[in-house]
Design a protein around this ligand. Structure first.
Ligand code: ATP
Length: 266
């Protein structure tokens, strides 16, 4: 993306950002521009800082240095302004976060009830539209325990879309899903992005399922962005560090921390 891209065409911009967790620097020197309308895959080994990067976008983590701009504004620190910005960011987490004693429809209605004063019939109509968008028009009266993993993920997606956020953030949207359900979720993410004019950022380990729908990919390793480009450029890379990640090789230039490795090899 050119440095002259008009600000209104940029959904997210990070400039020389450093993110710490406690006393430890997780990421530094992060420069990233996400164009509006695009789908960006954020890839990298476990513990490399992908979720930490998302936390900076939602204002959950304040950068130790640098600027984070989301939807045309610097991520605010004041609580009220932050809540306002967060209404524009739909978040889908791997745990789904559905409330088990509410029906599917009530779960999807929750953000609308909390953040708007819309009358009940309007909310019901919006909920029906969101459920229709994820292919679950008739599931409104079911409870989360009655859903398959893939259906539950789609309900969580409908709920994340409830307030029509222009930016969608997905943290491991395919975790725990079989290949068919994974395919359904990825194609939904892609279709919704295009049909609703969203911008999507997908943090994932599922490189091969995600790259086909992504416009851009970044790879995070060793505390920084080690690759940024198109999926085709990623697949053609000869960078040993990026290749090590793509091939899942334990030995190479990516420094895994010892605790992580001993956990994985146990
Ligand atoms: N809330 C937190 N408090 C302290 N340290 C944290 C916190 N969240 C993450 N970390 C640490 O920050 C580092 C990056 O973690 P993060 O969850 O961002 O990685 P990730 O790439 O998303 O990993 P995974 O793919 O396993 O989800 C890890 O060392 C982790 O232990």
């Amino acid at each position: 993306m050119s440095p002259d891209t008009p600000p209104q065409d940029i959904a997210v911009r990070l400039t020389d950002v450093r993110l710490d967790r406690g006393t430890r620097t997780v990421l530094s020197g992060i420069d990233l521009t996400v164009p509006r309308g695009s789908i960006t895959a954020v890839l990298g080994p476990s513990g490399s800082g992908k979720s930490t990067l998302l936390a900076a976008l939602t204002g959950e983590l304040v950068p130790a240095a640098g600027q984070v701009e989301v939807l045309g504004q610097a991520v605010p620190q004041r609580q009220r302004a932050l809540l306002e910005l967060r209404k524009g960011i739909g978040v889908l987490l791997q745990g789904n976060g559905l409330l088990t004693d509410l029906t599917v429809a009530e779960n999807v209605a929750l953000p609308l009830r909390t953040h708007t004063k819309l009358p009940r019939p309007v909310i019901d109509r919006l909920v029906a539209m969101k459920l229709h968008a994820v292919g679950l028009r008739t599931a409104g009266d079911l409870y989360p325990r009655e859903l398959s993993g893939g259906m539950a993920r789609r309900v969580a997606l409908a709920r994340a879309l409830a307030l029509d956020p222009p930016l969608m953030v997905y943290d491991e949207p395919l975790t725990g899903l079989d290949p068919i359900a994974s395919g359904v979720i990825m194609s939904l993410i892609s279709r919704l992005n295009d049909s609703l004019g969203l911008t999507s950022i997908i943090v994932t380990h599922h490189v091969h399922e995600t790259l086909p729908v992504a416009d851009r990919a970044i790879v995070i390793a060793n505390g920084r962005i080690v690759f940024s480009g198109t999926p085709a450029e990623l697949e053609a890379t000869t960078d040993p560090l990026v290749l090590q990640f793509l091939r899942g090789e334990p030995d190479g230039p990516i420094a895994f921390d010892t605790a992580e490795r001993s956990r994985e090899t146990a």
